[in-house]
Design a protein around this ligand. Structure first.
Ligand code: BMA
Length: 322
C-alpha cells in the first residue's frame, strides 16, 4: 500500500451499478497536449515526490511513436515534456530503438523501472530505469522479437524480477496469450511460463482473440490484482476492453480468478471515436489500498481514467470468474 499521497478520485455517480466508472472530466490528456503530438494514449503514471510522474506515449504528426516524461501535482492535470526521453546506456551499450510505445512504469527497490514496446527488427520489450524522470538509462531488451505488453511486477518474487508479456507477430497480431518470465538481474530472462490464454468465444467473447497485461499488478488480500486488455475481432476490426485477474501471490503464473464479463469496454464517445475506434487499453493503476484509479488509452488517441473500490473489484472478479 502506498501511503501519504493524494489519490486522484471521483465517487461513483449516483445510480451507477458498474464495478468501475469513468472520470466525468475524461479525457484527462488530449491528443494535441504537446505541440508535436498527433495523439497521446497508452501511458503510465506513478506517485513521485509530492505528486506524480509518468511516461507517455506521444505519436507525432509524422505518426512516429515515442515516449515522453510528464509530471502532475494531482494525477489529473499533466505537464508533458516537449521532447522525447533520451536514454543513456544502462546495463548494455545496445540501446537501438526504431520506435517506442505503450510504456509501463513501476518502482522496484530503489528506482523506477520502465518497460515499453521497443522497435528492434520489429516489436519487442525494452527496459529502462530512472531515479528522477530526468535522466534515463536503457537496458538490454528482455526478449527476442516479436513481443508486446511487457509488465513488471513491483517486487521480486522468490528472489527474481518477474515480467508478464505477450509473444506476438510483427503486425496487428491476430492471437496472443499472457506469459511470465523471471530474471535475476533485469538482463537475462528465462523460466518462461504461460499464465493465461484467450477465452473461448462462447464463454467470454470480449477476450476471445487476444489478451495482454495492462497495469502493473498490485497485491491484495486475494493475490495480485492485474488489469488486462482483451480483444475480440469483429466484422469492423479489433475491439479492446478491460478485465481483471487475480494471480497467486507467490506463484503468479497461477491464475486464481479472471473476469468473465469485462470491467470497462468502449462506450464513451472518446473510446468509440479516434484514430483506432473501440479501444480501451489500461497501462497503469494508482491505488491507496482501498481505491484504484486506472489510466487507459482511449481509441489510440487520448488518455482516460476509471475508478473503483478494490474490495468490490476483488469480490466481483471472484464471483464472476471464468
Ligand atoms: C496494439 C498496440 C496498441 C494499440 C492497440 C489498438 O497492437 O499498437 O498500442 O492501442 O493495438 O490499436
Amino acid at each position: 500500500m502506498v501511503e501519504n499521497f493524494k489519490m486522484p478520485w471521483e465517487e461513483r455517480p449516483a445510480g451507477c451499478t458498474d464495478m468501475m466508472w469513468r472520470y466525468s472530466q475524461n479525457p484527462v490528456i488530449g491528443r494535441y497536449d504537446i505541440p508535436t503530438s498527433n495523439s497521446i494514449f497508452n501511458s503510465a503514471v506513478v506517485p513521485f515526490g509530492d505528486g506524480f510522474a509518468g511516461v507517455f506515449r506521444c505519436d507525432n504528426k509524422a505518426v512516429q511513436m515515442n515516449i515522453f516524461a510528464g509530471f502532475s501535482k494531482d494525477g489529473i492535470h499533466w505537464e508533458i515534456e516537449h521532447n522525447p526521453i533520451q536514454f543513456k546506456a544502462g546495463n548494455t551499450d545496445m540501446i537501438e530503438s526504431d520506435y517506442k510505445y505503450d510504456p509501463r512504469v513501476t518502482w522496484i527497490e530503489d528506482r523506477y523501472w520502465i518497460t515499453w514496446c521497443n522497435g528492434y527488427h520489429g516489436p519487442t520489450i525494452g527496459i529502462g530505469y530512472t531515479f528522477d524522470f530526468k535522466e534515463f538509462f536503457q537496458c538490454e531488451n528482455a526478449f527476442l522479437p516479436f513481443n508486446r505488453n511487457g509488465v513488471l511486477f513491483p517486487q521480486k518474487i522468490n528472489g527474481k524480477y518477474a515480467m508478464l508479456s505477450r509473444p506476438s507477430d510483427n503486425g496487428h497480431t491476430p492471437f496472443g496469450d499472457i506469459y511470465i518470465s523471471y530474471s535475476p538481474d533485469m538482463k537475462y530472462w528465462g523460466e518462461h511460463r504461460c499464465v493465461m490464454k484467450t477465452a473461448p468465444f462462447e464463454d467470454s467473447a470480449w477476450q476471445c482473440t487476444k489478451i495482454g497485461a495492462g497495469s502493473v499488478p498490485f497485491l491484495t488480500d486475494a493475490g495480485w490484482l492485474l488489469f488486462y486488455h482483451g480483444v475480440i475481432q469483429t466484422c469492423n476490426g479489433f475491439r479492446y476492453s478491460m478485465g481483471a485477474a487475480i494471480l497467486d501471490k507467490d506463484c503468479p503464473e497461477k491464475v486464481l480468478y479472471r473476469t468473465q464479463p469485462y470491467l470497462l469496454a468502449p462506450a464513451a464517445p472518446y473510446e468509440l471515436q479516434g484514430d483506432v475506434p473501440n479501444v480501451v487499453f489500461p497501462c497503469a493503476a494508482l491505488q491507496d489500498g482501498k481505491r484504484v484509479a486506472v489510466y487507459y488509452g482511449a481509441a489510440d488517441t487520448v488518455v482516460g481514467m476509471a475508478f473503483g473500490y478494490i474490495d468490490e473489484i476483488v469480490d466481483f472478479v471472484k464471483s464472476h470468474s471464468l
